[in-house]
Design a protein around this ligand. Structure first.
Ligand SMILES: Nc1nc2c(ncn2[C@@H]2O[C@H](COP(=O)(O)OP(=O)(O)OP(=O)(O)O)[C@@H](O)[C@H]2O)c(=O)[nH]1
Length: 350
């Protein structure tokens, strides 16, 4: 039997590289010459990016992912580093070699039973939930689920109620009063015989979007394209026709796209035509509660893994609110939190 060996640090040897003596750092270049860009659209593995934004050399550069990023999702809003041909000339193709840290990340799971996360948009400031006052009818469940996704992503939220020439927006506004989500009403009916459009409320929406990156989400037919056309006239998103039977519009557009607001260097609108629902498997009671900063302290005394339901044993939220710790509107806010939570726990599209 060989005597038991004792190891010292000097025994540690670097294993020779099986593919020769090439040092590993050569495999991963440092890309010192990389330049920064912002992803505007993604189309089947090709990324349209904007370089030198707001300067004389501003240009769109098309890029593909470097091999080491092949499995890493890159989404609209990502700030990335490019190398290679970054001239922006026709047919020029740059290489996308790095994704900068994301300030926010809007995600969804395919559905609640599927925990595969899909990243939708990076670095956006706010989610603008577009819903129609009528035709199609508002779907508060969809709004609640979108709010939960926004809060979970670290984004603010805003609700725009379109078609207020057909019905009022007050009932919806009341529903979101307690959680301080602004509800704006717009009316952009189709042109009349004289070609006149009486646009109402668009300027207020524009003011809310100023200098920010806003993701617009809404069901088909709610008037999202019409709104985007009004905000960014050069976008000319195709406007569909709502099917009178199903209440659904034609799917007239399909890929996510970042659009710059006119006369607003830092204002961006990201349209998400393909997103009709939010799988929220990645949202937990705790991540949702984090958006309700006035309720968060109470949860420290909840049992571990508390679901914060009305009937959850020893949940501390109720007594916290009843003691006035969450202010005069504490109960309303707790009710709103629980409504959003129950939306998270339901199947999407409900
Ligand atoms: N009465 C009225 N109709 C509107 C208003 N806004 C949009 N519409 C109409 O609603 C229909 C649907 O509008 P779109 O802008 O295509 O709706 P969308 O949400 O973009 O739908 P998709 O293109 O399917 O995603 C069109 O016929 C619009 O003219 C509004 O404020 N009032």
């Amino acid at each position: 039997m060989s005597p038991k060996r004792t190891y010292s640090e000097s025994d540690v040897r670097i294993r020779p590289n099986s593919k020769g003596s090439r040092p590993r750092t050569k495999d991963r270049p440092r890309y010192d010459e990389a330049i920064q860009a912002r992803v505007i659209t993604v189309d089947r593995g090709r990324y349209t990016t904007l370089v030198d934004q707001g300067t004389e050399t501003e240009r769109a550069v098309i890029a593909v992912r470097a091999r080491e990023l092949r499995r890493t999702p890159v989404v609209v809003g990502d700030r990335v580093d490019l190398v290679g041909d970054v001239s922006g000339a026709t047919d020029a193709l740059a290489r996308l070699v790095r994704i900068r840290e994301r300030a926010t990340l809007l995600r969804r799971s395919a559905d609640d039973g599927d925990s595969t996360e899909r990243v939708l948009v990076a670095n956006a400031d706010q989610l603008v939930i577009v819903t129609a006052a009528a035709d199609p009818e508002p779907r508060p469940r969809f709004i609640d689920r979108s709010l939960a996704a926004a809060f979970n992503a670290g984004m603010d939220a805003l609700i725009v109620v379109t078609k207020t020439d057909l019905a009022g927006a007050d009932a919806l506004a009341r529903l979101y009063d307690a959680i301080d989500v602004a509800v704006l009403a717009t009316s952009l009916p189709p042109e009349d015989a004289e070609g006149d459009v009486a646009a109402v409320g668009v300027e207020e929406v524009r003011r809310r979007l100023q200098g920010k990156t806003s993701v617009l989400i809404g069901h088909s037919g709610v008037g999202k394209s019409t709104l985007i056309n009004a905000l960014v006239p050069e976008a000319r998103r195709a406007t569909g026709v709502v099917n009178a039977v199903t209440g659904r519009g034609r799917h007239t557009s399909s890929s996510a796209i970042g659009l710059r607001l006119p006369d607003d260097e830092h204002g961006w609108v990201v349209d998400t035509p393909g997103v009709r629902s939010f799988g929220l498997a990645h949202v937990t009671p705790e991540t949702l509660l984090a958006a309700f900063t006035d309720l968060v302290p109470a949860s420290a005394d909840c049992p571990r893994g508390c679901l914060h339901h009305e009937n959850s044993p020893r949940c501390q939220l109720d007594s916290w609110v009843q003691a006035g710790n969450a202010g005069a509107r504490g109960q309303e806010r707790l009710d709103s939190f629980r409504r959003l939570l129950s939306g998270v726990e339901q199947q999407p599209g409900a």
